[in-house]
Design a protein around this ligand. Structure first.
Ligand SMILES: Nc1ncnc2c1ncn2[C@@H]1O[C@H](COP(=O)(O)OP(=O)(O)OP(=O)(O)O)[C@@H](O)[C@H]1O
Length: 265
């Protein structure tokens, strides 16, 4: 499988505050990778540097493909209230002929189950539906890589489950490569093919974990699966012991060793 994203020794400093301390990882084509880390560790900064919104202080980001779409947590600010749902989804496609724009937007709205809401305004929809519009807008762009920054953090628990399953379905049906930042450990295990665990600020890679669960996930059976519970505990432990004063390299090596024992046992 080829790499869709390669991040090499990526670091970023705001003034004298080091937010990211040198991250190296890859995302393979078609993979869904989750990034978890303590609050304020630099997860959004990581996405901003990957998306080009912020120029990193050091290191390289290389994307295999030219299209990148981002879905943010705050859907209410990312949708234009004066445009219809269809207009919002068409918006990033402005360079394309009108008929193609329309067709792609209509198709993406069908994918997220909002074909019937195309003429509505965003404010006429529930929060979960608005976030589905934001996802449709990203998908209509047919991104090589879809970046999501806490995409389901602003909706209620039931809607969150529905949106998680929607994401899993559309990435499977359309072979989308996805990098999701989340502060929710359970969500990272439920969604991910892999989980990147970051340390507290400055963010460093503590562990890069394969999720040993079948590709088909189910909100009830997956979350009670032994593999799910074991990995969730492991990620929680990795996050809790992130002490900035420790020798991070030694600590991460010890954690990786103990993880391989746990997962293989
Ligand atoms: N534009 C900025 N200028 C200065 N400091 C910033 C800027 N953006 C973020 N920071 C700081 O960099 C650090 C990392 O912030 P970032 O938002 O990337 O973390 P995060 O892991 O996404 O946080 P959270 O989990 O709370 O969303 C924080 O200490 C934050 O205060």
């Amino acid at each position: 499988m080829s790499n869709m994203l390669e991040v090499a020794d990526l670091g970023h400093t705001y003034g004298d505050h080091e937010a990211i301390g040198g991250l190296t990882f890859t995302v393979r084509a078609g993979e869904l990778v989750c990034v978890v880390g303590p609050s304020g560790c630099g997860k959004s900064t990581l996405l901003r540097t990957i998306s080009g919104l912020v120029a990193p202080s050091r290191g390289d980001v290389s994307l295999n493909g030219s299209h990148l779409a981002v879905v943010f947590q705050d859907y209410s600010r990312s949708l234009f209230p004066w445009l219809s749902v269809q207009g919002n989804v068409e918006f990033p496609l402005r360079g394309l002929p009108r008929a193609e724009r329309r067709a792609r937007a209509a198709e993406a709205l069908e994918w997220v189950g909002l074909g019937a809401a195309a003429r509505k305004r965003p404010w006429q929809l529930s929060g979960g539906m608005q976030q589905r519009v934001a996802i449709a807008r990203a998908l209509a762009y047919r991104p090589s890589l879809l970046l999501m920054d806490e995409p389901f953090a602003s909706v209620d628990a039931q809607t969150r489950f529905e949106l998680e399953d929607l994401l899993l379905r559309v990435r499977r049906e359309h072979d989308t490569t996805v990098l999701v930042v989340t502060h929710d450990i359970d969500e990272s295990v439920y969604l991910g093919d892999r989980i990147l665990v970051l340390s507290g600020s400055p963010a460093r890679l503590v562990a890069d974990l394969e999720v040993p669960l079948p590709a088909e996930r189910n909100q009830v059976t997956t979350r009670t699966d032994e593999g799910f519970v074991a990995l969730r505990s492991k990620v929680a432990r990795l996050l809790n012991v992130g002490k900035p004063s420790m020798d991070m390299e030694k600590w991460a090596a010890a954690e990786r060793e103990s993880l391989s024992e746990t997962v293989s046992s």
